[in-house]
Design a protein around this ligand. Structure first.
Ligand code: ATR
Length: 275
């Protein structure tokens, strides 16, 4: 039987995952399909049952279901359990469902593509303390990064992540702005980056020379935060790499093969107006 996969979310129509996975199926001569499915919060449980019944081999989970899907699954990967969020579901050979989270590792792979994987002692500043920031913080820690600071509007939320990691430091946005020269890598994860009335969490005037600034938002490709960082002379890492790598890790879980991430990053970057 032809294998089929999906992405479930609300809204779903802007997702680039179907295009990305179909590109890889063609590239790797995989006889599979990947469909976007609009699932509202009140129908999530029914949707999961239906996907099981209809024989989906796996699916991606996006906003707003990443946390609420947990009790509907039979097993959780250790990292996903730690993060309390799932973005990839794998149907096991015995028909049970196992949840993974590939977002954080996707970010780490994207970052290391830009900076190499030898800078584990780089001083990292994560801006934001929501679900995305949690995933990235845990994945950075699991990948060996030793110096992680989290800055958030609500400092208590940053402190809660630091407590769970048993490492790192939580600071306010104002402190982050004041201490900016101490950091080698900045990671912008707040949802504020998506809104039309975006305002900088803090000015980037004290950014150190040679700093690397990453954003997890990939559309627009060059977010206002990245624009400001470029103006300060920083090297930027767009959100496209994270998006492609989270999809590639999901592909590996499902099909046990590694798709071509470079070609996909180049294709999406061009599509989104970059070079
Ligand atoms: P996600 O799961 O995508 O990370 P989230 O869990 O809703 O989304 O988290 C959103 C993050 O963006 C939080 O860190 C939030 O700060 P608070 O914890 O103080 O709410 C941050 N955020 C959202 N709007 C913001 C704004 N206008 N200024 C600064 N931070 C903002």
């Amino acid at each position: 039987m032809k294998k089929w996969f999906a992405v479930i979310g609300d809204p779903i129509k802007h997702s680039k995952s179907p295009e990305m996975h179909h590109f890889w199926y063609e590239d790797m001569q995989e006889d599979a399909a990947y469909v976007p499915i609009h699932v509202t919060p009140d129908t999530l449980a029914q949707a999961v049952e239906s996907m099981k019944l209809l024989g989906a081999s796996g699916w991606n989970v996006t906003i707003p279901h990443k946390e609420t899907i947990l009790p509907l699954l039979d097993a959780l990967d250790e990292q996903a359990a730690k993060m309390g969020a799932v973005n990839t579901v794998v149907r096991q050979p015995d028909g049970t469902l196992k949840g993974y989270n590939t977002d954080g590792l996707g970010f780490v792979r994207s970052l290391e593509e830009a900076i190499g994987d030898t800078q584990k002692s780089a001083r990292l500043l994560i801006i934001g303390a929501g679900g995305a920031a949690r995933g990235i913080a845990f994945a950075l820690q699991a990948s060996g990064y030793t110096t992680i600071t989290i800055a958030n509007r609500t400092v208590e939320k940053a402190a809660a992540i630091v407590e769970e990691m048993q490492a790192g430091e939580a600071i306010s946005l104002q402190q982050a702005g004041e201490q900016l020269a101490q950091f080698d890598i900045l990671v912008q994860t707040t949802s504020a980056g998506l809104s039309d009335d975006f305002s900088m969490p803090f000015p980037l005037t004290h950014l150190r020379e040679g700093a690397i600034v990453a954003d997890i938002v990939y559309n627009p490709l060059i977010t206002p935060f990245l624009q400001a960082a470029q103006q300060q002379g920083a090297r930027i890492v767009t959100g496209v790499g994270m998006f492609v790598h989270q999809g590639a890790i999901a592909y590996e879980h499902w099909l046990h093969k590694t798709p071509n991430t470079n070609a996909m990053i180049a294709r999406l970057t061009t599509q989104l107006g970059g070079n």
